[in-house]
Design a protein around this ligand. Structure first.
Ligand code: PLP
Length: 346
């Protein structure tokens, strides 16, 4: 049985969080002399809402299956990863499970926080070997990070494997859905009520086209969110980001159009790449990128750099030998990549 109290670090359990001026008074007033701000209006002289309620309300309305209390906002999902580790993993004692090849920041933040990382490699279909994963869990395993669709392989993780982890693990299963908007699979946020140990991460950096604003979203039970709110920096989402994303959410008609265009380009690019003699394999993708195995990844990467085209060389990553990762660009950009690769001498 999942018991949140059992997995919170003891120092966090007793922590008295910082109480900001905006936490202590959050109503409407005519004169604000409580936060040592500059009284002259620059548009940004006031601190932003530390709980970001207006933005969370908009996100909850968009998602429909969550309330604003089920939402944590981070300075990118990277901050959310770090907050999860700091809330639940005791340095030098606890461990997390990751499934390489996967997003590198779970490991980096694990290392920064001095948390042991148990790496259970995905199988050759880039799926989780559930029995091996369950066997690796011990009393100090606090978090399991599942990236679905997975970066860099691109495919979604089998929902039955994820269900099995959720049912058999007494810590938190974090599902990173950074690329879910490009996938036909339903989001795990629909299952938050069913699994108290489920934490879903999404981001405005990919399908929403707002990477520079830095807005990551965590969805979980109100109790899990409360723990993370206790330790987050008071003003972690700046005013420009809050206002810009609210505006985008009020007029988001182009987002689905762009997702459709990117997905269509993904299929075209996959087909064109598959026909090239230098390409050995194009992996199926539910994301806005393709993992492509070529005859010589280093040579292909260097060749493209010389043409002014930058892709990601993944050849040194486990299970990705000979692979490059290509983000789906505009139709014009993708055509240029194909034309360049057509001209490449093997
Ligand atoms: C799987 C995955 N999660 C999270 C992120 C980071 O997202 P953010 O920009 O919200 O920090 C990335 C970025 O590439 C990613 O690939």
């Amino acid at each position: 049985m999942f018991d949140l109290n059992k997995i919170i670090r003891s120092n966090i359990k007793v922590l008295t969080p910082y109480s900001s001026a905006r936490d202590e008074f959050s109503g409407q007033a005519s004169i604000y002399l409580d936060a040592n701000e500059n009284p002259f209006n620059t548009g940004f002289n006031r601190y932003p809402d530390p709980m970001q309620w207006a933005l969370k309300e908009k996100i909850a309305a968009l998602k429909k299956v969550v309330r604003k209390e089920n939402i944590l906002l981070g300075n990118g999902s990277d901050e959310v990863i770090d907050l999860l580790l700091r809330a639940f993993c005791e340095p030098k004692e606890d461990n997390i499970l990751t499934f390489p090849p996967t997003y590198g920041m779970y490991e980096v933040y694990g290392n920064i926080n001095n948390i042991a990382i148990q790496k259970i490699a995905l199988n050759s279909d880039f799926q989780i070997d559930v029995p091996v994963a369950l066997k690796a869990i011990n009393a100090n395993t606090k978090l399991i990070f599942v990236c679905s669709p997975n970066n860099p392989s691109g495919g979604a993780i089998d929902p039955d494997a994820i269900k099995s982890l959720l049912k058999n693990f007494e810590g938190i299963v974090v599902i990173d859905e950074a690329y879910a908007d490009f996938s036909a699979q339903e989001s795990w946020i629909n299952y938050l009520d069913l699994y108290p140990n489920l934490f879903v991460m999404q981001t405005f950096s990919k399908a929403w086209g707002l990477a520079a604003l830095r807005l990551g979203v965590g969805y979980a039970s109100e109790n899990i969110i409360k723990v993370l709110n206790k330790i987050k920096p008071p003003y972690n989402i700046n005013e420009l980001t809050q206002q810009s994303v609210i505006k985008k959410l009020e007029n988001a008609t182009d987002v689905q159009e762009q997702i459709n265009a990117i997905n269509q380009q993904r299929d075209l690019l996959a087909e064109a790449l598959s026909a090239l003699p230098i390409v050995k394999k194009v992996y199926p993708s539910d994301a806005n990128f393709l993992l492509v195995q070529v005859i010589d990844a280093n040579k292909t990467y260097q060749y493209l750099v010389e043409k002014g085209i930058i892709v990601r060389n993944r050849t040194t990553v486990v299970l990705c030998e000979g692979c490059i990762r290509i983000t789906i660009g505009t139709a014009q950009e993708n055509t240029e990549v194909i034309n360049a690769l057509k001209e490449m001498k093997i």
